[in-house]
Design a protein around this ligand. Sequence first.
Ligand SMILES: [Mg+2]
Length: 359
Amino acid sequence: MEEKRQELADELFTSSGSLPDASAPCQINGDMLIHAGTGCAPEDDAPLALLLGVAVGDALGVPVEFRARGTFHVTGMQGYGTHNQPPGTWSDDTSLTLALADALLPDQCSMERIAAGFRNWYFHAAYTAHGKVFDVGNATARAIRRLQEGCAPEKAGGSEEQDNGNGSLMRIAPLVFFLSGTDDPRTRFSLVRKVSSITHAHSWSVAACFLYIELLDKILKGRSGAAGYEELKEEFRHHSFLHPATLARFDRLLKGDIRRLAERDIRSSGFVVDTLEAAVWCFLTTDNYRDAVLKAVNLGEDTDTTGAVTGALAGLAYGTRGIPGVWRRQLAGIEEIRRIALGLSRKAVCREHPATPGD
Ligand SMILES: [Mg+2]
């Protein structure tokens, strides 16, 4: 175990420049994803792969956020544009993802601890690429101000239909590492609901986060995207704890085959259901990280969040080496991302028993 942990630390703290560029994607062996170079399943690499996946997808989208589809074409990391930030700058999506990841403890998921991280970001620019908060969603800002006024974390998020922006979906991915040892889907759902509700408490936002976490969990456990998607659809037929009217919002994902939809039928707005559909579509209709996130960003509109949500799926599926080295080298704040990934890896490696929620 110690040797394995040291190897992991060496990998995480190696400069991004020395990580080999693996152009070869993972191989699919039955339903399992196997790294082409190592012959190993991707678990050890997973926290860094997921966080880098989010950050790179976010950074690719930041310069073109709000631009209409078809009016631009992103092919690589570029700077300035919408937010006038240098190349490699990631935004609130990654900041809040890092804050959540940093708050997770091996045996406890404390809402107070997560909320403290969110406040630290919003008011003190913690977890930022360049010490500055330049992008924040309205619902998230309102919730964090409520937290600052003393509101309990689970009551801070808006719960009306209009509060269904993608602000909790964009930051929820690291929770998969905490939940992967928990078998009961009701327990997993309960914790996802709590963590989403810190900023987004409506049932559509919660269900979108749960669906996303369940798909990430299947990828983490080695399923290919296609096999994981089929399992997901089958399992959701039996989740009686989800209200049928809520589930109906996800029919295009759960009853149909999202892969068959044409690009013109995929929306990339800031609505949580649109973002989830777009991310799963981009992930399942490509076979490598680069194509998945470029497809997501080039859908336009909420480019950084669609890139980030797609990036977590693709990062986890194809591993750190599946993310182009030139993009990793251009990424801002890479040491902060590595520090948090290492912490997450140690927590995941150390945890021997299924964890339970904290407060
Ligand atoms: Mg953003």
